[in-house]
Structure formats: structure tokens, C-alpha cells
Design a protein around this ligand. Sequence first.
Ligand SMILES: Nc1ncnc2c1ncn2[C@@H]1O[C@H](COP(=O)(O)OP(=O)(O)OP(=O)(O)O)[C@@H](O)[C@H]1O
Ligand SMILES: [Mg+2]
Length: 272
Amino acid sequence: MNSDKKVNLTQNFRDKIVPKSQYLKKKIPGVKKIVAISSAKGGVGKSTICANLAVASSKKNLSIGLLDADIYGPSIPDLFGAFEKPTADENKKLNPIIRQNIKLISMGFLIDKDSPMVWRGPMVISAIKSFLNNVNWGELDCLFVDLPPGTGDAILTFAQELDVSSSIIITTPQKLSITDANRGIEMFRKTNIPVLGILENMSYILDQNKNKSYPFGKDGANKLCKNQNVNLLDKIRIDQTFDLCTNNGIVYEDLAEDIKIQFNNISEKIIS
Ligand SMILES: Nc1ncnc2c1ncn2[C@@H]1O[C@H](COP(=O)(O)OP(=O)(O)OP(=O)(O)O)[C@@H](O)[C@H]1O
Ligand SMILES: [Mg+2]
């Protein structure tokens, strides 16, 4: 590729992600705060962390919602063991499904569990918009949004059009995840969404003698945070109690006690 083409590509990318100055970012009436949980890389624990932060926050007597914006791969129904279809009110607004005191909306509630989503980008974007505007969220102290992986169209629309209070980026310590997380930070910066911090997930394993081992490498997120001048919120270890919770369809309750404390502390930072 010659250098002219490179310049054009960069310019195109910039045009695509820089918010239009005339664009007014929308609020959701009654929702005090919107917190986006994202990772540019897939499978790093975004949905798991998002669900646990939502539950930890709701335990502080706050009114919490969770929007599963991962239209192609919704995980919130499995995490909360919620599979019923939402009802609609007389204005055709969807009533969220309530689990563990959290108002939940997910594409997974609306489609058959085994059917693949074969929608193109614009349909996904309109589904997300509809989840924001046509759901009875009521009064919420905080709406957590579990974003799909990547920095694609749906996320971009979301970041450009909605008044998101802050974002948290989930990464594992591995180089490939850190590289993508770096892109995620840049995207939020360019769409003027504050990055509250990085949460390193699957950071290490604790053996029976409380010794740590680092199968995915050490200090990946430390370096990223230093280079990008963002906060490292915490490091969550690999632990089988996450699996236990998912298998029970109940978030948080069966987690190891020290991990619960971590989620409590992080949620404190989010909602304060
Ligand atoms: N700290 C952890 N320890 C053990 N297992 C974990 C941990 N974090 C997440 N997992 C497991 O890893 C798998 C992937 O997690 P999850 O679905 O939350 O990732 P994701 O980033 O949302 O994925 P996707 O990009 O597909 O949406 C799940 O089976 C989850 O239970
Ligand atoms: Mg997910």
C-alpha cells in the first residue's frame, strides 16, 4: 500500500469516528447514569463483569438496569437464568425482565435461543436504539450496557449518539487483548466518552497455598494504563466460582468472597 492510500484510510477512519459537532448526544429520560462495559476483544469476560458490577451496585440500594447490546451473542439471559419474553405496555414499550433487582433487556429474550441472528448492521443499530428508547426503564440510578466486542458500527452509533457517562474497558493481560483495548480507549476518547478505567480480567490463578501464577502473562494492563494515562480499576483472577454462578443462572452470589469485595469496590467507583 502506498503512503497516499494510508493517509486516506486514516482520514476515512477519522471521519467515521469523530462525532459530528452539531450532534447532540441523547439522554434517556429518568436514567441518571449510563455506563458502557466494553472490550475491543471478544471473550475476555465483558458480560460476566458487567452482570457482576450491576448486581454489586444494586446491593447498594440503587435502582439498576442492564442493557445487553450484544445483539448477535447475547449472554445476559444465561447469566441471570432469564428466558421469558418481556411483556409490552399500552404504549408498546417493553417491560424489562427483573432478576436480582435489576431491570434487564436483551435480544436473547426476544429470539429463539438456538436461532442465529442474521441481521445486517443497520438492523442491529435500530434494535439497540429501540432498546434505549422503547423500554420502560423507569427511574434508574445507573444503566449498565454490555457492549458487543470490537469497535464496529453498532458501538460507534451507540457512542456517538448517546450521552454515556463513562466506560470501562475489560481486557485480559495478553498482548492481543491489550492491543485491542488500546483501540477501544482511542474510540471512546474520540467520541468524548470518559474512560473510567481498565479492568484486567483473568489476570492470574491462585493455588491452594495462595501462590499466584500468570498463564496469560503479567503486567499487560499496567503497561497499557501507564501508556494511555488511564486508571487500572482492578485485576480479577481466573476462578471457577464464575462458572458455578453461570451454571446456576445467578450472578455474584456464589463468587469467592474476595472477588465479591473487588466488585463492591469497583461499583463504588462507578456510582459515586
Ligand atoms: N475471571 C474469570 N474466571 C473464570 N472464568 C471467567 C472469568 N471471567 C469470565 N469467565 C468465563 O469466560 C467466558 C467468557 O466470558 P464472557 O462471555 O463474559 O466474555 P465476553 O467478553 O462477554 O464475550 P463476548 O465477546 O463473546 O461477548 C465465560 O464462560 C465466563 O464464565
Ligand atoms: Mg459478552
